[in-house]
Design a protein around this ligand. Sequence first.
Ligand SMILES: C[S@@+](CC[C@H](N)C(=O)[O-])C[C@H]1O[C@@H](n2cnc3c(N)ncnc32)[C@H](O)[C@@H]1O
Ligand code: SF4
Length: 344
Amino acid sequence: MTADLSPVTLLWALRSPCNLGCRYCYFGTIEEHREAMPQQSGAMSHLARTDLDLTAITAFVHTLPGSRVKRIFIAGGEPLIWPPVMEVIAAIKAADVQVVLCTNGIPLNRPELVDRIITLGVDAVSVSVDSPDARYNDTWRPARNGKHGHQDVIGGIQALIAARGSRPSPKVGLYSVITRLNIDVIRAGAVLASELGCDYFVPQPIALDRGHALHTQLSLTGGDADPMSEAFTQLYHSGMPVRLPDPSYPGKVVDSITHESGFVSGCFGGTNLFFIQPDGSLYDCPSSLKITATATARTIRDADAHTLFAAAGPCTDCALFSRDCVNMWPLMGFDRFLTEQVPT
Ligand SMILES: C[S@@+](CC[C@H](N)C(=O)[O-])C[C@H]1O[C@@H](n2cnc3c(N)ncnc32)[C@H](O)[C@@H]1O
Ligand code: SF4
């Protein structure tokens, strides 16, 4: 049998801390964790003290050249509030691996940071904003310092696009979390992205455990399927000058809200996509169902990318498809946001 040398994408939650306190964040809230830190394996916290240090991170990054890893999404927490992040990005780029930064956008108001993003050749920057409506956004994505908010996110995007000028990269995109309260963002987010001169827009469904305090208020239900389908149809026929995820994406989003969990044949998680947590734990994908089902995570600490991502064989069927998984499809289809040709 010939070895599978297909490229690997990493989603790397590089650091735990964050300057925002989004109420639905995958990392939970600082307030809850001050009361009690989550104990289950794979749970993340903005208060975690177990993040890999720069030495351990760079040791792993130095093993990337020649491995199957071809693209890394750097997320968190907020990666851009950790000063050494630029050193990490420089090392990843030197390994000839693409970098997509996922940020809440507020650090983009620092000109020296934007300059570094451009000169290091970061391939794309995805900025999270949940609405053109500042009040809505700042209700669900409040800053921990009580000062920053929507206007700073928009200002950060504008600063990055202005500094990029006529260069082809980084591509800049918006990511919006869709909840029961803002289904209209499916179209309104694309309008905002277009007005700002962004290159791509990704609306992603909120993923909250049933036990989450905001589950009833925010989680999408089967009753939201029709208005969401309608909004997606309008979006995909709008002709707006921003790129969107592959046309199969809206169907996946709607499927994920009508079925608690489902089945995906030939999922790429664990074959062409992997998820790294701030402490270095390595999972097949970021789905909480998958993380819970993983007996023992591997780690990137003291590990070599050639060994960790050695020929992985064919993609496998997965019965754990949920709304957690949905935003992996835009990650895996990210070429359509980077290419200069208009994708079909
Ligand atoms: C965890 S954040 C890390 C990067 C950066 N801090 C940011 O907000 O973009 C990555 C993405 O996950 C989204 N996100 C966080 N919690 C979520 C949830 N419960 N359901 C769906 N998306 C979520 C954020 O809005 C953001 O687009
Ligand atoms: S900015 Fe990102 S990491 Fe920070 S709380 Fe919000 S979603 Fe979570």
